[in-house]
Design a binder for this molecule. Structure first.
Ligand code: PAZ
Length: 335
């Protein structure tokens, strides 16, 4: 497969006018609308958490697809801490990736619902007793009832359509909405018009597929979908530590949102870096190149969160969410 610079790139606008929406989008969005309205009347802050990897199908009758490593741990764990902090959560995740609460149990895809049933019916089967480990957890789950709304995606196309539609719905909450983009989204895709209808045959020797670039959606998300009011947190994953800060700064500079959380693939469970604007450093949308921010840039603030990698009782998401809740509160109050 080639990912050459010459492959055509889509703007967000051309993407949505040429790639079809997923089946079920309207129904999903009707559910989100109701959820957001309910939270708006209760005065809660709402966070959209995206989680897990996206697939890129190679055929219309899909036999093969590209995928990535993300298990959805970051997203599912973060959603739990947001719920505990009193947020309502729209959890938009890759089908069968980890989910809040049920992430502790690998044998069921949605025991969260089982937990809620336990609460309402007051029955407890032996299997459900095994799943519930502590009263503290039961109480988190109980209070999450009604404040957690889940949506699933599989392909990068599902993800992009859902993200745009959910962001637009959530934008009615203005500053009380946070967008926490932890999903690992493919940078390349095969437009529908270029896909083979049937299974790609192997008779012709090696396989050459030219993929197009997935549109950069953060800019329209900041400017249009969320009406410039949302508190937008994106993630940047690198495997070369030296690129982490310059790439995170470039992203903030390019898209003008609030925070980029940088994480290294092998250190992500115990170390992340927050890159944000220093007070009074207005974001500009002037495009810059990565090398221009390689030197220390005084417009950006850099702060690290680290936990003991050997402490199995501590999750870094607890500290990430505590920090974000504080910063979001300041943003709501005009900071
Ligand atoms: O899902 P996970 O816990 O295994 O990994 C989390 C992560 C590394 C995908 C996330 O923290 C992240 O960096 N997401 C953005 C990836 C990117 O597109 O750069």
């Amino acid at each position: 497969m080639s990912a050459s610079d010459e492959s055509s790139s889509f703007s967000a606008e051309s993407y949505f006018s040429t790639q079809p929406p997923p089946a079920g989008l309207e129904q999903d969005i009707a559910g989100v609308k109701q959820f957001v309205q309910r939270q708006a009347s209760s005065g809660r802050n709402v966070v959209l958490v995206t989680s897990g990897g996206t697939t890129v199908p190679l055929e219309l009758n899909v036999v093969r697809f590209l995928d990535n490593f993300s298990a959805g741990t970051r997203g599912a764990t973060s959603a739990e801490y947001f719920l505990k902090a009193g947020y309502a959560v729209i959890f938009m995740h890759r089908q069968f990736s980890l989910q809040p609460f049920s992430r502790h149990y690998s044998h069921s895809t949605n025991p969260f619902l089982d937990f809620l049933e336990i609460e309402t019916s007051e029955t407890s089967s032996p299997s459900s007793q095994i799943r519930v480990t502590s009263e503290k957890e039961r109480s988190s789950i109980r209070s999450a009832a009604g404040t957690l709304h889940t949506l699933t995606f599989v392909t990068v196309n599902d993800y992009l359509w859902l993200l745009r539609a959910v962001s637009k719905e959530l934008s009615v909450l203005r500053r009380k909405a946070m967008y926490y983009l932890a999903a690992a989204v493919s940078d390349f895709f095969l437009p529908r018009q270029k896909m083979s209808e049937h299974k790609i045959q192997s008779g012709k020797g090696s396989l050459h597929i030219e993929m197009d670039q997935v549109p950069k959606i953060l800019k329209p998300m900041v400017d249009d979908w969320t009406g410039k009011d949302g508190y937008i947190v994106s993630f940047k994953l690198e495997t070369d530590q030296t690129l982490l800060i310059p790439k995170a700064q470039t992203s903030l500079q390019r898209y003008g949102h609030q925070i980029v959380i940088g994480n290294d693939l092998n250190r992500r469970k115990f170390e992340v870096v927050f890159i944000s604007w220093k007070a009074h450093s207005a974001s500009t949308s002037t495009p810059i190149k990565v090398k221009e921010v390689l030197e220390e840039d005084s417009r950006f603030a850099e702060s690290w969160i680290r936990i003991d990698p050997h402490d199995n009782n501590k999750e870094i998401e607890e500290d990430i969410i505590a920090e974000l809740v504080t910063r979001h509160e300041a943003w709501i109050n005009g900071g």
